[in-house]
Write a protein that binds this ligand. Structure first.
Ligand code: FMN
Length: 203
């Protein structure tokens, strides 16, 4: 008999922007609120605060930066991930890619899995926001490919590219249009549904 998994999902939310007033940061906060509304636990992790240098094998050879271990620990403690990331020249930002590059180099230790093992098989959702007309849509394809094909995460089909982001948020950081909230909610719900389903079959 399949045992019902009653424990709530723990969702980790990452923004790929370091900009004060970032649209993707606002989208990350919104995703957190939506996840809490679905009864999940949800935490935002500030990638900038990890203070990771650009990946450098010489730095790695001398010592793994503390931020890489912090990121691995956060991933290990969560069931699923949502990424909200700006598009820089059609691609997810260096802040995001660099953090994942570092964590992919972390080996298992102190009872915690390697960075790649902390990611693999976990559900993920991708969103982007841009002041432009496509909302960062092109970068979502790469984010999806990176997280799924390379890092082994289970990226849900739903995604959200918020265009004209400068007009989309009100002064409280909330999305003005219900259809935008609903699009973000579809991603959050899909990630949480998959997370619950996976923990039900493999608690
Ligand atoms: C280096 C760079 C490249 C960018 N390339 C794109 C792009 O390809 N597509 C796009 O829609 N916006 C692009 N932008 C504009 C960003 O979408 C805009 O700066 C946005 O506010 C970044 O997201 P944030 O507000 O979350 O920081 C680019 C910005 C920078 C700094």
């Amino acid at each position: 008999m399949i045992q019902m998994q009653l424990q709530t999902s723990k969702l980790l939310i990452l923004s790929g922007s370091s900009r004060a007033g970032s649209f993707n940061g606002k989208l990350a906060s919104l995703a957190r609120g939506l996840a809490l509304g679905e009864g999940a636990q949800a935490s935002l992790l500030d990638l900038r605060a990890l203070d990771l240098p650009v990946y450098d094998a010489e730095i790695e050879a001398s010592a793994m930066p503390a931020g890489a271990l912090t990121f691995r620990d956060a991933l290990a403690r969560h069931d699923a991930v949502i990424v909200t990331c700006p598009e820089y020249n059609g691609f997810p930002t260096p802040l995001l890619i660099n953090a994942f590059d570092w964590v992919s180099r972390v080996t298992a230790g102190n009872g915690l899995p390697a960075g790649l093992a902390a990611l693999a098989g976990k559900p993920a959702g991708v969103m982007s926001a841009s002041p432009g007309p496509f909302g960062g849509l092109r970068s979502l394809m790469f984010a999806r490919q990176f997280l799924h094909n390379v890092l082994g995460m289970l990226v849900v089909p739903e995604q959200f590219a918020l265009s004209q982001a400068a007009q989309a948020f009100d002064s409280e950081g909330q999305l003005r249009e219900p259809k935008h909230v609903q699009a973000a909610q579809r991603v959050v719900r899909s990630v949480l549904r998959l997370s619950t389903a996976l923990r039900t079959v493999s608690p």
